[in-house]
Ligand binder design. Structure first.
Ligand code: ASP
Length: 442
Protein backbone atom coordinates (compact mmCIF):
# COMPACT_ATOMS: atom_id res chain seq x y z
CA UNK A 1 0.00 0.00 0.00
CA UNK A 2 1.18 3.48 -0.77
CA UNK A 3 2.13 5.60 2.23
CA UNK A 4 1.28 9.23 2.85
CA UNK A 5 2.64 11.30 5.70
CA UNK A 6 0.20 14.01 6.72
CA UNK A 7 1.16 17.10 8.68
CA UNK A 8 -1.51 19.41 10.08
CA UNK A 9 -0.66 23.00 10.98
CA UNK A 10 -1.76 24.85 14.10
CA UNK A 11 -4.83 26.50 12.62
CA UNK A 12 -5.99 23.08 11.35
CA UNK A 13 -5.91 21.81 14.94
CA UNK A 14 -6.84 24.94 16.87
CA UNK A 15 -10.00 23.49 18.46
CA UNK A 16 -12.17 20.37 18.59
CA UNK A 17 -14.03 21.32 15.43
CA UNK A 18 -10.82 21.70 13.44
CA UNK A 19 -9.44 18.42 14.84
CA UNK A 20 -12.61 16.67 13.71
CA UNK A 21 -12.05 17.96 10.19
CA UNK A 22 -8.43 16.74 10.28
CA UNK A 23 -9.52 13.34 11.59
CA UNK A 24 -12.11 13.01 8.83
CA UNK A 25 -9.40 13.74 6.25
CA UNK A 26 -7.09 11.13 7.79
CA UNK A 27 -9.80 8.48 8.00
CA UNK A 28 -10.96 9.12 4.45
CA UNK A 29 -7.75 7.59 3.04
CA UNK A 30 -6.04 4.56 4.61
CA UNK A 31 -2.81 5.59 2.89
CA UNK A 32 -2.64 8.52 5.32
CA UNK A 33 -0.73 6.42 7.82
CA UNK A 34 1.57 8.72 9.74
CA UNK A 35 0.30 11.94 11.26
CA UNK A 36 2.46 14.88 12.35
CA UNK A 37 0.50 17.50 14.32
CA UNK A 38 1.44 21.07 15.27
CA UNK A 39 0.35 22.64 18.55
CA UNK A 40 -3.12 24.24 18.59
CA UNK A 41 -2.88 27.57 16.77
CA UNK A 42 -5.12 30.60 16.72
CA UNK A 43 -8.91 30.08 16.74
CA UNK A 44 -9.53 33.69 15.71
CA UNK A 45 -7.15 36.46 14.72
CA UNK A 46 -6.70 37.99 18.20
CA UNK A 47 -6.15 34.56 19.78
CA UNK A 48 -2.76 33.31 21.07
CA UNK A 49 -1.09 30.14 19.79
CA UNK A 50 -0.43 27.51 22.45
CA UNK A 51 3.29 27.67 21.55
CA UNK A 52 3.36 31.38 22.41
CA UNK A 53 1.45 30.75 25.63
CA UNK A 54 4.09 28.17 26.57
CA UNK A 55 6.99 30.52 25.85
CA UNK A 56 5.37 33.22 28.00
CA UNK A 57 4.62 30.77 30.79
CA UNK A 58 8.17 29.43 30.85
CA UNK A 59 9.59 32.97 30.88
CA UNK A 60 7.82 33.44 34.23
CA UNK A 61 9.23 30.15 35.53
CA UNK A 62 12.72 31.25 34.51
CA UNK A 63 12.35 34.44 36.49
CA UNK A 64 11.22 32.46 39.52
CA UNK A 65 7.71 33.94 39.28
CA UNK A 66 4.43 32.08 39.64
CA UNK A 67 3.29 30.55 36.36
CA UNK A 68 0.34 28.59 37.69
CA UNK A 69 -2.42 30.73 36.15
CA UNK A 70 -0.68 30.72 32.75
CA UNK A 71 -0.21 26.95 32.78
CA UNK A 72 -3.84 26.51 33.81
CA UNK A 73 -4.93 28.61 30.82
CA UNK A 74 -2.97 26.24 28.56
CA UNK A 75 -4.50 23.21 30.25
CA UNK A 76 -7.94 24.78 29.72
CA UNK A 77 -7.29 24.95 25.96
CA UNK A 78 -6.59 21.23 25.85
CA UNK A 79 -9.51 20.51 28.12
CA UNK A 80 -11.80 22.38 25.72
CA UNK A 81 -10.50 20.27 22.87
CA UNK A 82 -10.89 17.01 24.81
CA UNK A 83 -14.47 17.82 25.87
CA UNK A 84 -15.34 19.11 22.39
CA UNK A 85 -14.19 15.78 20.97
CA UNK A 86 -16.33 13.93 23.52
CA UNK A 87 -13.33 12.17 25.02
CA UNK A 88 -12.59 11.28 28.64
CA UNK A 89 -8.81 11.59 28.43
CA UNK A 90 -7.14 13.33 31.38
CA UNK A 91 -3.93 15.33 30.97
CA UNK A 92 -3.65 16.08 34.71
CA UNK A 93 -0.60 13.90 35.15
CA UNK A 94 1.09 15.33 32.08
CA UNK A 95 0.56 18.86 33.36
CA UNK A 96 1.95 17.95 36.78
CA UNK A 97 5.13 16.69 35.09
CA UNK A 98 5.35 19.84 32.95
CA UNK A 99 4.95 22.11 36.01
CA UNK A 100 7.67 20.18 37.79
CA UNK A 101 10.02 20.40 34.81
CA UNK A 102 9.35 24.13 34.47
CA UNK A 103 10.41 24.53 38.09
CA UNK A 104 13.56 22.56 37.31
CA UNK A 105 14.23 24.87 34.32
CA UNK A 106 14.01 22.16 31.68
CA UNK A 107 14.60 24.79 28.99
CA UNK A 108 12.68 27.04 26.64
CA UNK A 109 12.70 24.44 23.90
CA UNK A 110 11.26 21.82 26.23
CA UNK A 111 8.53 24.28 27.21
CA UNK A 112 7.58 25.13 23.62
CA UNK A 113 7.64 21.49 22.54
CA UNK A 114 4.87 20.58 24.98
CA UNK A 115 2.33 22.17 22.66
CA UNK A 116 2.96 19.54 19.98
CA UNK A 117 3.56 16.78 22.52
CA UNK A 118 0.17 17.23 24.22
CA UNK A 119 -1.70 17.76 20.97
CA UNK A 120 -0.08 14.57 19.67
CA UNK A 121 -1.34 12.67 22.71
CA UNK A 122 -4.90 13.95 22.26
CA UNK A 123 -4.98 13.32 18.50
CA UNK A 124 -3.46 9.84 18.84
CA UNK A 125 -6.12 8.90 21.39
CA UNK A 126 -8.88 10.36 19.21
CA UNK A 127 -7.72 8.53 16.10
CA UNK A 128 -6.86 5.32 17.96
CA UNK A 129 -3.29 5.48 16.58
CA UNK A 130 -0.15 4.81 18.65
CA UNK A 131 1.76 7.89 19.88
CA UNK A 132 5.52 8.21 19.37
CA UNK A 133 7.40 10.88 21.30
CA UNK A 134 9.49 12.80 18.76
CA UNK A 135 12.33 13.00 21.32
CA UNK A 136 12.79 9.24 20.85
CA UNK A 137 13.13 9.34 17.07
CA UNK A 138 14.47 12.73 15.99
CA UNK A 139 18.04 13.65 16.94
CA UNK A 140 20.23 16.71 16.71
CA UNK A 141 24.02 16.91 16.51
CA UNK A 142 26.13 18.87 19.03
CA UNK A 143 26.28 21.78 16.55
CA UNK A 144 22.46 21.96 16.56
CA UNK A 145 21.96 20.54 13.05
CA UNK A 146 19.67 17.59 12.50
CA UNK A 147 21.43 14.23 12.77
CA UNK A 148 19.74 13.01 9.61
CA UNK A 149 21.31 9.57 9.47
CA UNK A 150 20.53 8.57 13.04
CA UNK A 151 17.05 10.08 12.75
CA UNK A 152 16.16 8.32 9.49
CA UNK A 153 17.48 4.97 10.71
CA UNK A 154 15.64 5.22 14.04
CA UNK A 155 12.37 6.34 12.48
CA UNK A 156 12.49 3.64 9.84
CA UNK A 157 13.07 0.94 12.41
CA UNK A 158 10.40 2.24 14.76
CA UNK A 159 7.75 2.59 12.07
CA UNK A 160 8.63 -0.61 10.22
CA UNK A 161 5.81 -2.67 11.66
CA UNK A 162 3.45 0.12 12.54
CA UNK A 163 0.59 0.68 10.16
CA UNK A 164 -0.19 4.02 11.80
CA UNK A 165 1.36 6.49 14.23
CA UNK A 166 1.12 10.05 15.49
CA UNK A 167 4.50 11.80 15.84
CA UNK A 168 4.35 15.36 17.19
CA UNK A 169 6.07 18.01 15.13
CA UNK A 170 8.59 20.73 15.95
CA UNK A 171 11.03 18.98 18.32
CA UNK A 172 13.46 16.17 18.90
CA UNK A 173 16.28 15.25 21.22
CA UNK A 174 19.34 17.50 21.46
CA UNK A 175 22.86 16.11 21.68
CA UNK A 176 22.81 16.90 25.42
CA UNK A 177 19.73 14.70 25.92
CA UNK A 178 17.39 17.68 26.41
CA UNK A 179 14.46 18.45 24.15
CA UNK A 180 15.37 20.73 21.27
CA UNK A 181 13.03 22.41 18.79
CA UNK A 182 13.42 23.48 15.20
CA UNK A 183 12.86 27.16 14.47
CA UNK A 184 9.27 28.44 14.47
CA UNK A 185 6.94 26.63 12.10
CA UNK A 186 9.22 23.59 12.39
CA UNK A 187 6.48 20.94 12.35
CA UNK A 188 6.73 21.21 8.57
CA UNK A 189 10.30 19.94 8.94
CA UNK A 190 9.24 17.00 11.12
CA UNK A 191 6.66 15.97 8.51
CA UNK A 192 9.28 16.08 5.83
CA UNK A 193 11.76 14.05 7.90
CA UNK A 194 9.18 11.35 8.59
CA UNK A 195 8.16 11.24 4.91
CA UNK A 196 11.81 10.97 3.85
CA UNK A 197 12.59 8.26 6.41
CA UNK A 198 9.70 5.97 5.48
CA UNK A 199 10.12 6.76 1.76
CA UNK A 200 6.55 7.94 1.58
CA UNK A 201 4.84 8.30 -1.76
CA UNK A 202 3.51 11.70 -0.78
CA UNK A 203 3.92 14.27 1.97
CA UNK A 204 0.64 16.09 2.51
CA UNK A 205 0.94 19.37 4.35
CA UNK A 206 -2.50 20.50 5.54
CA UNK A 207 -2.89 24.17 6.34
CA UNK A 208 -5.48 26.94 6.09
CA UNK A 209 -4.88 28.05 2.51
CA UNK A 210 -5.49 26.18 -0.72
CA UNK A 211 -1.84 26.19 -1.73
CA UNK A 212 0.73 28.68 -2.91
CA UNK A 213 -0.61 31.70 -4.69
CA UNK A 214 0.83 33.19 -7.87
CA UNK A 215 1.24 36.52 -6.06
CA UNK A 216 0.85 37.96 -2.57
CA UNK A 217 -2.91 38.36 -1.82
CA UNK A 218 -2.14 41.58 0.07
CA UNK A 219 -1.04 43.07 -3.25
CA UNK A 220 -3.10 41.26 -5.89
CA UNK A 221 -6.79 40.66 -5.26
CA UNK A 222 -7.71 36.94 -5.24
CA UNK A 223 -4.60 35.66 -6.97
CA UNK A 224 -4.70 32.29 -8.74
CA UNK A 225 -3.42 29.18 -6.94
CA UNK A 226 -0.21 27.58 -8.24
CA UNK A 227 -1.11 24.00 -9.23
CA UNK A 228 2.42 22.64 -9.54
CA UNK A 229 5.75 24.10 -8.63
CA UNK A 230 9.18 22.50 -8.57
CA UNK A 231 11.40 22.50 -5.49
CA UNK A 232 13.81 24.91 -7.16
CA UNK A 233 11.09 27.35 -8.16
CA UNK A 234 9.79 27.23 -4.61
CA UNK A 235 13.24 28.07 -3.26
CA UNK A 236 13.39 31.10 -5.55
CA UNK A 237 9.96 32.31 -4.46
CA UNK A 238 10.56 31.72 -0.75
CA UNK A 239 13.85 33.56 -0.91
CA UNK A 240 11.86 36.50 -2.16
CA UNK A 241 9.43 36.38 0.70
CA UNK A 242 6.63 34.00 -0.30
CA UNK A 243 6.02 31.76 2.71
CA UNK A 244 3.68 28.89 3.45
CA UNK A 245 6.17 26.17 4.23
CA UNK A 246 9.22 26.22 6.54
CA UNK A 247 12.36 26.73 4.45
CA UNK A 248 14.11 23.65 5.77
CA UNK A 249 11.10 21.42 5.03
CA UNK A 250 12.09 20.97 1.44
CA UNK A 251 15.38 19.17 1.87
CA UNK A 252 14.52 15.77 3.44
CA UNK A 253 11.84 15.05 0.83
CA UNK A 254 13.65 16.66 -2.06
CA UNK A 255 16.60 14.32 -1.76
CA UNK A 256 14.22 11.35 -1.71
CA UNK A 257 12.22 12.69 -4.68
CA UNK A 258 8.95 12.76 -2.71
CA UNK A 259 6.36 15.35 -3.76
CA UNK A 260 4.69 17.63 -1.22
CA UNK A 261 1.02 18.48 -1.56
CA UNK A 262 -0.09 21.66 0.21
CA UNK A 263 -3.78 21.25 1.09
CA UNK A 264 -6.50 23.19 2.87
CA UNK A 265 -8.10 21.50 5.90
CA UNK A 266 -11.11 23.80 5.49
CA UNK A 267 -11.54 22.97 1.78
CA UNK A 268 -10.29 19.38 1.40
CA UNK A 269 -11.96 19.04 -2.00
CA UNK A 270 -9.47 21.50 -3.49
CA UNK A 271 -6.34 19.95 -4.99
CA UNK A 272 -3.93 22.52 -3.50
CA UNK A 273 -0.38 22.92 -4.75
CA UNK A 274 1.89 20.04 -5.72
CA UNK A 275 5.59 20.63 -5.09
CA UNK A 276 7.41 18.24 -7.37
CA UNK A 277 11.01 17.23 -8.04
CA UNK A 278 12.73 19.35 -10.66
CA UNK A 279 13.01 16.46 -13.06
CA UNK A 280 9.26 15.82 -13.18
CA UNK A 281 7.81 16.32 -16.61
CA UNK A 282 4.76 18.07 -15.28
CA UNK A 283 2.47 20.03 -17.45
CA UNK A 284 3.48 23.70 -17.44
CA UNK A 285 1.33 26.45 -16.05
CA UNK A 286 -1.11 28.02 -18.48
CA UNK A 287 0.34 31.34 -17.42
CA UNK A 288 3.95 30.50 -18.47
CA UNK A 289 5.13 31.92 -15.18
CA UNK A 290 4.71 30.08 -11.89
CA UNK A 291 4.81 32.92 -9.40
CA UNK A 292 5.80 36.48 -8.63
CA UNK A 293 7.36 37.49 -5.34
CA UNK A 294 9.36 40.41 -4.13
CA UNK A 295 10.93 42.31 -1.28
CA UNK A 296 11.50 45.93 -0.46
CA UNK A 297 14.27 47.82 1.29
CA UNK A 298 17.40 47.13 -0.64
CA UNK A 299 20.27 49.50 -1.27
CA UNK A 300 22.27 49.49 -4.47
CA UNK A 301 25.86 50.72 -4.55
CA UNK A 302 27.07 51.37 -8.08
CA UNK A 303 30.77 51.69 -8.73
CA UNK A 304 32.05 53.05 -12.05
CA UNK A 305 35.60 53.06 -13.28
CA UNK A 306 36.91 53.25 -16.81
CA UNK A 307 38.74 50.07 -17.79
CA UNK A 308 37.44 48.40 -14.65
CA UNK A 309 37.40 45.05 -16.40
CA UNK A 310 41.16 45.08 -16.85
CA UNK A 311 41.87 45.85 -13.19
CA UNK A 312 42.54 42.40 -11.76
CA UNK A 313 40.70 41.70 -8.53
CA UNK A 314 38.37 44.72 -8.76
CA UNK A 315 35.21 42.82 -7.90
CA UNK A 316 36.99 40.74 -5.31
CA UNK A 317 38.23 43.86 -3.51
CA UNK A 318 34.73 45.32 -3.37
CA UNK A 319 33.18 42.05 -2.21
CA UNK A 320 35.85 41.63 0.44
CA UNK A 321 34.73 44.87 2.03
CA UNK A 322 31.17 43.55 2.28
CA UNK A 323 32.41 40.24 3.63
CA UNK A 324 34.54 41.93 6.29
CA UNK A 325 31.47 43.74 7.53
CA UNK A 326 29.47 40.51 7.30
CA UNK A 327 27.00 41.97 4.84
CA UNK A 328 25.44 39.36 2.55
CA UNK A 329 25.38 40.21 -1.14
CA UNK A 330 21.97 39.81 -2.80
CA UNK A 331 22.77 40.61 -6.43
CA UNK A 332 25.63 41.93 -8.49
CA UNK A 333 24.71 43.15 -11.96
CA UNK A 334 27.66 44.54 -13.89
CA UNK A 335 28.76 46.14 -17.15
CA UNK A 336 32.19 46.69 -18.72
CA UNK A 337 33.04 49.74 -16.67
CA UNK A 338 30.72 49.40 -13.71
CA UNK A 339 29.46 47.01 -11.13
CA UNK A 340 26.56 47.29 -8.73
CA UNK A 341 26.16 45.49 -5.47
CA UNK A 342 22.68 45.15 -4.04
CA UNK A 343 22.33 44.51 -0.34
CA UNK A 344 19.54 44.43 2.21
CA UNK A 345 19.38 47.98 3.64
CA UNK A 346 18.93 46.60 7.13
CA UNK A 347 22.32 44.88 6.97
CA UNK A 348 23.90 48.14 5.90
CA UNK A 349 22.37 50.05 8.76
CA UNK A 350 24.79 52.74 9.93
CA UNK A 351 27.70 51.32 7.93
CA UNK A 352 27.05 53.05 4.63
CA UNK A 353 29.61 55.84 5.01
CA UNK A 354 32.28 53.49 6.24
CA UNK A 355 31.74 51.12 3.34
CA UNK A 356 31.84 53.93 0.77
CA UNK A 357 35.12 55.17 2.21
CA UNK A 358 36.63 51.71 2.14
CA UNK A 359 35.53 51.10 -1.46
CA UNK A 360 37.07 54.41 -2.55
CA UNK A 361 40.30 53.49 -0.81
CA UNK A 362 40.40 49.94 -2.21
CA UNK A 363 39.55 50.48 -5.90
CA UNK A 364 39.64 54.27 -6.53
CA UNK A 365 36.46 54.42 -8.60
CA UNK A 366 35.64 57.33 -10.94
CA UNK A 367 32.17 57.47 -9.44
CA UNK A 368 30.30 55.85 -6.58
CA UNK A 369 26.56 56.13 -6.18
CA UNK A 370 24.32 54.62 -3.53
CA UNK A 371 20.56 54.43 -3.79
CA UNK A 372 18.16 53.36 -1.06
CA UNK A 373 14.57 52.23 -1.25
CA UNK A 374 15.05 49.70 -4.02
CA UNK A 375 12.56 46.84 -4.35
CA UNK A 376 13.34 43.53 -6.05
CA UNK A 377 10.72 41.49 -7.85
CA UNK A 378 11.31 37.93 -8.99
CA UNK A 379 9.23 36.47 -11.77
CA UNK A 380 9.74 32.72 -11.50
CA UNK A 381 8.79 29.96 -13.93
CA UNK A 382 10.37 26.81 -15.24
CA UNK A 383 8.58 27.38 -18.53
CA UNK A 384 10.36 30.67 -19.12
CA UNK A 385 13.40 29.25 -20.82
CA UNK A 386 11.23 27.43 -23.36
CA UNK A 387 8.92 30.30 -24.14
CA UNK A 388 9.79 33.23 -26.32
CA UNK A 389 8.89 36.74 -25.28
CA UNK A 390 8.61 36.32 -21.51
CA UNK A 391 11.10 39.09 -20.75
CA UNK A 392 9.46 41.26 -23.40
CA UNK A 393 6.09 40.84 -21.71
CA UNK A 394 7.49 41.69 -18.28
CA UNK A 395 9.08 44.88 -19.56
CA UNK A 396 6.10 45.82 -21.70
CA UNK A 397 3.87 45.53 -18.63
CA UNK A 398 6.19 47.71 -16.58
CA UNK A 399 6.67 50.26 -19.35
CA UNK A 400 2.95 50.47 -19.89
CA UNK A 401 2.48 51.23 -16.20
CA UNK A 402 5.23 53.88 -16.51
CA UNK A 403 7.47 52.04 -14.07
CA UNK A 404 11.16 52.60 -14.48
CA UNK A 405 13.27 49.42 -14.26
CA UNK A 406 16.48 50.10 -12.35
CA UNK A 407 18.16 46.77 -12.90
CA UNK A 408 17.57 43.40 -14.51
CA UNK A 409 19.08 40.09 -13.52
CA UNK A 410 18.33 36.76 -15.12
CA UNK A 411 19.55 33.73 -13.21
CA UNK A 412 21.69 31.32 -15.20
CA UNK A 413 19.07 28.63 -14.60
CA UNK A 414 16.69 30.74 -16.70
CA UNK A 415 14.14 30.03 -14.04
CA UNK A 416 13.66 33.60 -13.01
CA UNK A 417 13.96 37.20 -14.03
CA UNK A 418 14.64 39.70 -11.28
CA UNK A 419 13.85 43.35 -11.78
CA UNK A 420 14.65 46.19 -9.43
CA UNK A 421 12.24 49.11 -9.18
CA UNK A 422 11.80 52.01 -6.79
CA UNK A 423 10.13 50.99 -3.52
CA UNK A 424 7.14 53.22 -4.30
CA UNK A 425 6.52 51.30 -7.55
CA UNK A 426 6.68 47.87 -5.90
CA UNK A 427 3.00 46.96 -5.53
CA UNK A 428 1.99 48.46 -8.85
CA UNK A 429 4.80 46.57 -10.60
CA UNK A 430 3.65 43.24 -9.17
CA UNK A 431 0.06 43.95 -10.14
CA UNK A 432 0.89 44.82 -13.72
CA UNK A 433 3.11 41.75 -14.21
CA UNK A 434 0.35 39.59 -12.74
CA UNK A 435 -2.19 41.14 -15.10
CA UNK A 436 0.06 40.59 -18.07
CA UNK A 437 0.58 36.87 -17.41
CA UNK A 438 -2.50 35.71 -15.51
CA UNK A 439 -5.42 37.97 -16.26
CA UNK A 440 -4.64 38.01 -19.95
CA UNK A 441 -5.01 34.20 -19.99
CA UNK A 442 -7.94 33.85 -17.60
N1 ASP B 1 4.02 25.25 17.09
C1 ASP B 1 5.23 25.73 16.52
C2 ASP B 1 5.12 27.19 16.15
O1 ASP B 1 4.13 27.83 16.46
C3 ASP B 1 5.70 24.90 15.37
C4 ASP B 1 4.71 24.72 14.24
O2 ASP B 1 3.55 25.04 14.38
O3 ASP B 1 5.13 24.22 13.19
O4 ASP B 1 6.02 27.73 15.57
Amino acid sequence: MATKVVKFGGSSLADANQIQKAAAIIKADPQRRYVVPSAPGKRFSADTKVTDMLYACYALAEQGLSFQAELEAIQARYQDIISGLGMTLSLAEEFAVIAENFRKRAGRDYAASRGEYLNGKVIAAYLGFPFIDAAEVIFFRPNGALDDEKTAATLRKRLEDMPNAVIPGFYGCGADGYVKTFSRGGSDVTGSIVAGAVKADLYENWTDVSGFLVADPRIVEHPAVIRTITYTELRELSYMGASVLHEAAIFPVRSAGIPINIRNTNAPEEPGTMIVPDSTEEELSAYTITGIAGKKNFTSISIHKDMMNSQIGFCRDVLNILAEHRIPLEHMPSSIDSMTVIVDSEHLNGLEEEIRTEIVKAVQPDMLEAEDDIALIAVVGRGMCRTRGVAARIFAALAHARINVRMIDQGSSELNVIVAVKGTDFEQAIRCIYDMFVNSVA
